[in-house]
Design a protein around this ligand. Sequence first.
Ligand code: FRU
Length: 508
Amino acid sequence: MKKITGILFLFFGLMYTRHVGAQSPYQETYRPQVHFTPKAHWMNDPNGLVFYKGVYHMFFQYYAGSSVWGPNSWGHAVSTDLIHWKELEPALAPDSLGLIASGSAVVDAKNTSGFGRPGQTPIVAIYAYINQELEKKNINAQYQAIAYSLDETKTWTKYPGNPVVKNPGIRDFRDPKVIWYAEQNKWVMTVATQDHVTYYSSPNLKEWKKESEFGKTNGAHTGVWECPDLIYFEDHGKKIWVQIVSINPGGPNGGSATQYFVGDFNGSAFTPFDTATKWIDYGTDDYAGVTWSNTGNRRIFLGWMSNWDYATVVPTEIWRSSMTIPRELNIKKTGNSYLLSSTPVKELDLINEKPQILSHVSAGREVNLSAALAGKTSHYKLKILSDEIKDFSLVLSNNQGEELMIGFDPAANQFYVDRTRSGKIAFSEHFPKMIRAPRLSKEKNTDLVFVVDDTSVELFADDGQTVMTVIFFPNQRMENISLKSTQGFVANKIEFNPLRAIWNDELK
Ligand code: FRU
């Protein structure tokens, strides 16, 4: 008996070692190789995105107690290139006022807040508290607060006068995003208020005055609005403003998604140019995205690559959720209307392996790209240029017969991602689905950029006018790639860039 027990111990001991060995950090099953994930535990929205002295700071909703949502802190990671990240200690922890929900951060270069000291510029975080204890008693307990750092985000002091904006008598009142409105020398805060947004202004980040509300009759309204961001672009010397705001549920493919409105902002009120509901990403898995502050004329956008419909049950246990690839936003004018275009930041090229180029690929029936491209990988960038968009599908598959299809349906004028046979799908009834997006470009020619990681694909079509981000969980890596078409889609050029895993970098 003793012997058998000994053997059993040895057996399970070995199994355990193998298991742990196979799970070395950043190598675990489903660990994205070119997208940011926390080393462990739960993550949702990006927060406090701010660029300062050559460093991109990414704070994020983080719960170290589990790999499902809990009373969040702000996690913290830094990068000098938007691609390689180093995770630091969490920055802001819950306190007696509540948990630390989403928000933003600014560099108070003029020391309007008075928090600065000679030679020490304040970085000010503006965030929402949610007091769950009070909410349980049906008391409205979400309000805006600030904290500041005088040592480039190493340590933070919560402002003793918090909250700086009290709850106006509504349940959903959160996710403040602050910008400097130079024309009137003041800060402007956009806050999500139920199913619309409210603008506040302040000379010093401490005292805020309500300016106006926007959105009660614009856009989608089947869910709560969250994580707004007000940004602008210059078009021939004129400022074109874009109000970005997430909604959950109510996305074009179900659950969470992010809409935007293009218009004018005069420091007090936002007036949209038109009434169309536009989506920054039609996929199921880009939520709560906002832009970095203090990046000059660059608008760099980052989203949480998941969906509240199933975020807490996706089959990763050590950590849960990833961020999207950071994207550069621009404005495009077609006719009288403006569209946002989003494309992967140019820094993604830093992890390009040697590119392989195929010219004039006629996807008559099926072209096995992985054979043509020599070498298998499950993280890469694939660019397809064609003079004429036609029916096509890019099929990622593995040797277990699982596949993910990304394609274009000319009859419907839609791009689609079909993840119904992509591996593990049964963890949520909302997960197995065909995801669709309208083609917004009217051009005959097209350019398609696919950023593929072990568990995600991001399609940027027509210079990022239509974007789709979709996650998937195959039982084996999808290392086979083929291109199919029934109409004879011809790719003039296919550029294939294997991407180097970001975790191999010295920043780790
Ligand atoms: C969006 C959101 C925010 C909130 C945060 C809480 O995903 O619901 O509105 O601040 O997550 O974690």
